[in-house]
Design a protein around this ligand. Structure first.
Ligand code: SF4
Ligand code: SF4
Ligand code: SF4
Ligand code: FES
Length: 1007
């Protein structure tokens, strides 16, 4: 069974057709290929359907959607419309079948709605009971011989309430594609199984929450809901059991109708205290959006529903990683350093001091002695105001954000070749590719929801996958072809296969002729990139390289995804350019299923750059040295603007050491841990004459500050974020700012005004009006167009037309043509030698975000993943006599850290890997100050260390309950056919034992 909700025949003529049929005696028109259940729902008929979820497709486990079609009973979820069909949802046979099916469900589920935390108006079992006006159940409820499973920190499973609909299994197998869940239909008492029968907490479950989100009842529930949502649900278990018994006792006399009325009254009362607010995830750049359910300041649950990027999907961080918001460690008072210590201050005093000191230093040393760093975790409006403060109020372009640490090289590669510094299309376009190539990205952990779409297309639609990485991470394990080049050599193999394709007449000549400039010069630059050179330099067999080239040439559409494994190299910009060159040579732009997808790390790293938090660009990538651009901003802001490029993050630190930058204002960035060569960075921060750090916690960076200002996290503010898809989305205020803290945009405005500006923004929407008026690529962005779950993907024309897929008409250069960009290779920096003999790689972990300031404050995440570690290959572990848990000292040319070892075959030979989430042992004590030559992005991935074994053995840094120790149980989905084969299974409404057949149109099973 293929849940084919997002896969359609691209032939437009097919869509033009209409299907005429009759439903419940009324003539109806349907689209071809529409599911009968979708038509029934679209026209507003109320028909039962318990297991159907549009984003899961038909899983056919519940049988409650039975309808009569031309005299035959069929499941409406698994039946496609056909011309002339005569459908009845209410015939006696259909209704009898529906009732019988639902009766079986009630045999598996006790209705105790009034004391159930899921009684919130959206329980499918409750609502179906009411819809079908069930008064008494024929099949009595029977408990199952299993205990409630509470072993996961975030959710619990109650087998007794489980109706065996299999939605969770389908979501885990085919949407999340973690392949943990199954139902063994052959068991006498089937239930949902984790890894085939392990406790949840010992399984491969990654706590993404898909299963919990789609569960139609209370069988799977967020622990944060349990005992918290209802008025009566917090009662002790014994009292609850007593109440349930009373309800059950009256049911034979009163029927369910009267009982449901009581529970619905209770549910209505909940509406007054439970709020549901839409927000956008604060963690990674995928841009998932969801409703946050809250009761006062308690988060009941996060519910992904209809986000344009994620639908029902989330990962552990977005679904469960929000404890930090109510952490007792939140800053709620400004702090001022005095006599080497911090003391609390009031806002007026702190802001006054900030304004006075910034003004003094500007007056004494000039505007370029000040530097500003914006946050990729904060909103577009906040980045806009920060760069406006730097430029319009102070008069400097010393303005940057953390895209300098990750994505600037990718942006450069795209600027050079295709013209826009953003992903070519949407995640849907990646799904449509026939071949996806992932280079230097641990996508399943760093961009989990985006990875689910690749895993799904790979599993269900035969999409091919090539992964190039140093580590055999999940995507590498799933790949059709996994290649492991020597560190820092991606540019070579990519250029070599591009040359091979050109040399062998395999390039897309028609595309090159029509759409691409610079072929001759580019070809010349490819001279050194022979297959032999690549094989030697990258350590890859020529046959493997040819295979990669052949797979690319044979594919109908290729998308390349890359991330920090490419960009954080001294050749990061050039390797990103090489990827884009390869796509151009093979004609893989300008249509869905093709293109370049650098995956943005932080939730708003794209937006921070887009909105001008860069030293050379005003908002919308308008150059600061373009007089026409400056004139427009000068007119808008009524000031004279600086015209020369400012300092980037890396240059700022150098300039502090040189005494040129004397003051810095930074918000929402943990620069002291996340910049490379952190000892050097921290020495620089300590030298600042005046340093303002604005954050929600007292971060490591705050240690160096003179003034610390307490800010509010995303759940306490409004504004917009821009995801990796260039998708702009609104976030709404879930909570009021914690008393004492303020949203960053308000703080920045206060400081600007104390420095003489006269800004009067009352709401972020007013800031966006100004942004749109000055920035052509955001001309049509308005809060109205972004209302609720609506979104826009830039560039957005004044009439609101956006561009989910770029370059459909032309590339973003004056002549509309792309440009091949010649490249040269140079050796990686900080190489291994006899003294520093091990290569050290680093990156993200699924559970933690970046340095972990937010995620370590989630008790559940800490329980599963309490610390960082260094991954050591089995070979090296044997050689050095290291076991998992052994303490080792890693020493580089720049610093040292002490960390526990984790022996794993995810790494090979003399390559180590350290997750970046640690403030005690930050990997950046080991990294160098070498950078990408073009963008100054630190070459984090080029590091060499020696490893000293400290001789003490500790516990495994990953506890047994970590999902990495689980064993997945992949299967095609819920595999309902196995249920139908049970000897006790009978199609409702039919005396016959059911045998699965295939319907002609779609391969789904019908009756
Ligand atoms: S991985 Fe875990 S949380 Fe995610 S769908 Fe599977 S069982 Fe549920
Ligand atoms: S736990 Fe799974 S099978 Fe059971 S009711 Fe929930 S979604 Fe359905
Ligand atoms: S961290 Fe990324 S993938 Fe996970 S929910 Fe947030 S946006 Fe989605
Ligand atoms: S909705 Fe459950 S079988 Fe169709």
């Amino acid at each position: 069974m293929l849940p084919s909700d997002t896969w359609h025949c691209p032939c437009t003529w097919y869509y033009a057709m209409e299907i005429n049929l009759t439903v419940d005696g009324t003539a109806r028109v349907s689209k071809p290929d529409e599911r009968l259940i979708d038509l029934i729902n679209r026209i507003g008929l109320k028909a039962p359907q318990v297991c159907y979820h549009p984003q899961l497709g038909p899983i056919q486990t519940c049988d409650t959607c039975m309808v009569e079609v031309d005299g035959k009973l069929v499941r409406s979820c698994a039946t496609r419309v056909e011309p002339g069909m005569n459908v009845s949802t209410t015939s006696a046979r259909a209704v009898a079948a529906q009732r019988e099916a639902f009766d079986r469900i009630l045999g598996n589920h006790m209705l105790y709605c009034t004391v159930c935390d899921n009684n919130n108006g959206n329980c499918t079992v409750h609502n179906t009971t009411r819809l079908m006006a069930v008064e008494h159940q024929k099949i009595p409820f029977k408990t199952k011989p299993y205990e409630v499973d509470n072993s996961n920190p975030f959710y619990r499973y109650d087998p007794d309430q489980c109706i065996l609909c299999g939605r969770c299994v389908e979501a885990c197998q085919n949407v999340e594609v973690n392949e943990t869940l199954s139902i063994r239909w052959e068991d006498p008492h089937p239930r949902v199984l984790w890894d085939g029968g392990k406790p949840i907490g010992e399984s491969s479950c990654v706590s993404c929450g898909h299963c919990v989100t789609v569960c139609p009842c209370n069988a799977l529930m967020e622990k944060s809901m349990v005992g918290k949502a209802g008025f009566l649900t917090a009662l002790p278990k014994t009292a609850l059991a007593g109440m349930i018994d009373i309800v059950k006792a009256v049911e034979p006399d009163t029927g369910y109708g009267a009982i449901l009325k009581v529970s619905e009254a209770e549910s209505a009362m909940r509406e007054s205290r439970i709020r549901r607010t839409k927000t956008v995830c604060t963690y990674c750049g995928v841009g998932c959006s969801f409703d946050v359910w809250t009761k006062d300041r308690h988060i009941l649950k996060v519910e992904p529903r209809e986000g344009p990027t994620n639908g029902i999907s989330s990962c552990i961080k977005g679904k469960f990683g929000w404890d930090f918001v109510n952490s007792s460690e939140r800053l709620t008072k400004p702090l001022i350093r005095e006599g080497g210590k911090f003391r609390e201050a009031n806002w007026d005093e702190a802001l006054g001091l900030v304004a006075r000191r910034l003004a003094e230093i500007k007056a004494r040393s000039g505007p370029d002695s000040l530097a500003f760093i914006s946050s990729s975790k904060c909103t577009n409006e906040e980045s806009y105001l920060m760069q406006k403060l730097a430029r319009a109020v102070i008069g400097t372009n010393n303005m940057d954000n953390c895209s300098r640490y990750c994505q600037a090289p990718a942006t450069m590669g795209l600027f050079r070749t295709v013209g826009y510094g953003g992903d070519s299309g949407s995640i849907k376009d990646i799904e449509n590719a026939s071949l996806v190539i992932i280079v230097g990205s641990n996508t399943a952990e760093a961009h989990p929801v985006l990875a689910t779409r690749v895993k799904r297309a790979h599993k269900l639609r035969d999409q091919k996958l090539i992964v190039s990485d140093l580590r055999k991470h999940e995507m590498a394990q799933r790949a059709d072809l996994f290649i492991h080049p020597k560190p820092g050599t991606d540019l070579v193999w990519i250029s070599a296969i591009t040359r091979y394709i050109l040399d062998n007449g395999l390039a897309k000549t028609s595309f090159l002729e029509k759409w691409v400039n610079g072929l001759d010069d580019y070809k010349k630059s490819l001279g050194p990139f022979t297959m032999e050179f690549a094989a030697e330099t990258c350590g890859l067999p020529i046959e493997t390289l040819k295979k990669v080239a052949d797979m690319i040439v044979e594919a109908e559409g290729v998308c390349v995804l890359w991330a920090m494994g490419v960009t954080q190299h001294s050749m990061g910009s050039d390797t990103s350019t090489a990827i884009s060159n390869l796509l151009l040579v093979t004609g893989n732009y300008m249509r869905t299923g093709t293109g370049a997808y650098p995956l943005r790390g932080h939730n708003n790293v794209q937006g921070a750059s887009d909105h001008g938090a860069m030293p050379n660009y005003l908002p919308g990538y308008q150059l600061v040295d373009d007089p026409e651009v400056r004139a427009r901003f000068e007119a808008g802001w009524q000031v004279k603007l600086p015209s020369t490029k400012g300092l980037d993050n890396h240059e700022m630190i150098e300039a502090i050491h040189q005494g040129k930058v004397k003051a810095m204002y930074l918000f929402g960035e943990e620069i002291s841990l996340v910049d490379s060569n952190s000892n050097f960075v921290n020495e620089g921060l300590a030298k600042l004459e005046f340093f303002v750090a604005q954050d929600i916690f007292f971060s490591d960076t705050c240690r160096f500050a003179d003034v610390v200002l307490p800010a509010s996290p995303s759940l306490e503010k409004e504004g917009t974020f821009t995801s990796t898809e260039r998708r702009i989305q609104r976030l709404y205020e879930v909570f009021e700012p914690l008393e004492g803290s303020r949203p960053d945009w308000r703080i920045i405005q206060e400081i600007a005004n104390r420095l003489g500006a006269n800004w009067n923004f009352k709401h972020p929407s007013e800031i966006y009006v100004e942004i749109a008026s000055l920035t052509p690529i955001f001309a049509g962005v308005t809060y109205e167009r972004l209302e609720g779950y609506k979104s826009l993907q830039w560039p957005v024309a004044a009439d609101g037309t956006d561009q989910p897929l770029l370059y459909t008409k032309q590339f973003n250069f004056p002549d509309g043509k792309a440009r091949l960009f010649p490249l040269r290779y140079s050796e990686p920096t900080d190489p291994v030698d006899a003294e520093f003999d091990l290569h050290l790689n680093n990156g993200r972990l699924l559970e933690h975000f970046h340095e972990g300031n937010l995620t370590y404050r989630s008790a559940g995440i800490r329980e599963q993943t309490p610390d960082t570690f260094v991954e050591v290959s089995p070979g090296l572990a044997t050689e050095r006599r290291i076991k998992t848990g052994a303490w080792v000292q890693l020493v580089s040319r720049y610093g040292q850290v002490r960390v526990r070892a984790l022996v794993t075959d995810r790494v090979e030979g003399k390559e180590l890997y350290m997750p970046i989430n640690s403030s005690e042992s930050p990997v950046n004590r080991l990294t160098s100050s070498f950078t990408d030559k073009v963008t100054h992005t630190p070459a984090y991935k080029e590091a060499s260390v020696r490893m000293l074994v400290l001789g003490e053995n500790g516990e495994s840094p990953l506890p047994r309950g970590n999902p990495r120790f689980g064993h997945r149980t992949p299967q095609r989905g819920v595999e309902v056919e196995r249920k139908w084969k049970r000897p006790d299974y009978r199609v409702p409404g039919s005396p016959m034992v059911f045998h699965a057949t295939k319907t002609k149109a779609n391969g789904e099973n019908g009756t």
